[in-house]
Design a protein around this ligand. Structure first.
Ligand code: AMP
Ligand code: MG
Ligand code: MG
Length: 305
């Protein structure tokens, strides 16, 4: 019997599970007991990262057979009773590109970052935190789900003192379908500026040199690969520059799919495409990443001059 998958049903399940993981992440944060462990120097993991990944993979495995899943955390997946809703997006059926209606699971890889921006999470800078679930097909991203637990439904950020406003926001996209959940958030005073967004936690001399080559009007340093990509998608920044080793495929698959759906581009700093694969030697984006929604070649040329 065929185990072929309808992409809308898979994305619906991912949205449901990411939103439930958001409840788990908020609960761990509010408990004040994060259970921080260091996976490597400068690479923390908390109880929330672990529980979120277990919840998502357990739920997906209960509904979809033969899915290939790459999650950030190395952990056992305990038996799960969660059955995610595969019908949340049924009203979109007519918009689903025909080639995504019945996909062989062998051609799909699901990349899960159960909690992006863990370092910021441990420091209480929770507005950057997101759950990222990306779906690749034959090496390219085709769908992405982002859930932000610590913002409101429009993505407005608020402090810990206003935690009742943390109702959470979902952003999802399938390449080739209209994207409804993002907005143009350019501040009027930034209209004609060139704005770079880059890492706050992993800043290096090389990043400094790259920024000088672009000569921007403004540099924003903040946490999380998902958060920074969303800043570019929503036009709060023009280019996300991270020409260094550190990010992995699970950091970029979901944001990359949403970026593609709005017409943006993600490459390495030499303009080379990323291949989404389970090959362990390709999991790390060794050269780094550059993300734009326009003028991509101009920025790549500047970085390589
Ligand atoms: P950053 O922009 O520094 O917040 O990094 C974005 C995301 O990439 C982080 O949330 C991590 O998931 C990942 N990352 C980047 N650099 C590193 C690193 N040196 N070690 C581990 N993870 C990293
Ligand atoms: Mg991450
Ligand atoms: Mg993570």
């Amino acid at each position: 019997m065929s185990n072929n998958i309808n992409l809308l049903e898979l994305v619906s399940a991912c949205i449901d599970l990411a939103e439930q993981s958001g409840d788990i992440i908020r609960d761990v944060f509010k408990s004040g007991s994060l259970g921080v462990q260091m996976k490597a120097e400068d690479d923390p993991m908390t109880k929330a990262d672990l529980l979120s990944q277990q919840h998502i993979i357990g739920g997906l495995n209960n509904v979809f057979k033969d899915l290939i899943i790459v999650g950030e955390e190395s952990c056992e997946i305990p038996p799960s009773t969660t059955i995610p809703n595969i019908h949340k997006l049924d009203t979109q059926k007519d918009n689903l590109p025909q080639q995504f209606q019945s996909l062989d699971p062998k051609d799909l890889i699901i990349f899960i970052d159960p909690l992006d921006a863990t370092r910021e999470f441990t420091l209480g800078r929770v507005h950057c935190v997101m759950t990222l679930i990306g779906i690749s097909f034959k090496g390219k991203p085709i769908a992405g789900v982002i859930y932000q637990p610590f913002v409101d439904k429009e993505g407005h950020e608020s402090t810990r003192e206003e935690s009742d406003k943390w109702t959470g926001r979902t952003v999802w996209a399938i390449v080739g379908m209209p994207v409804e959940s993002v907005q143009d958030k350019r501040a009027p005073e930034d209209k004609d500026k060139v704005i770079i967004v880059t890492t706050a936690s992993h800043y290096t001399q090389k990043i400094e040199e790259s920024i000088k080559k672009i000569n921007p009007d403004k540099v924003i340093k903040t946490g999380g690969a998902g958060y920074k990509t969303l800043m570019v998608i929503e036009n709060r920044a023009d280019v996300y520059v991270f020409p260094s080793v550190g990010s992995k495929l699970w950091d970029i698959c979901a944001p990359h799919a949403i970026l593609l759906a709005v017409g943006g581009t993600l490459t390495d700093p030499f303009g080379k495409d990323i291949l989404y694969s389970t090959d362990p030697s390709l999991i790390e984006n060794k050269n780094g990443i550059v993300i734009t929604t326009g003028n991509h070649k101009k920025y790549i040329d500047l970085l390589n001059k």
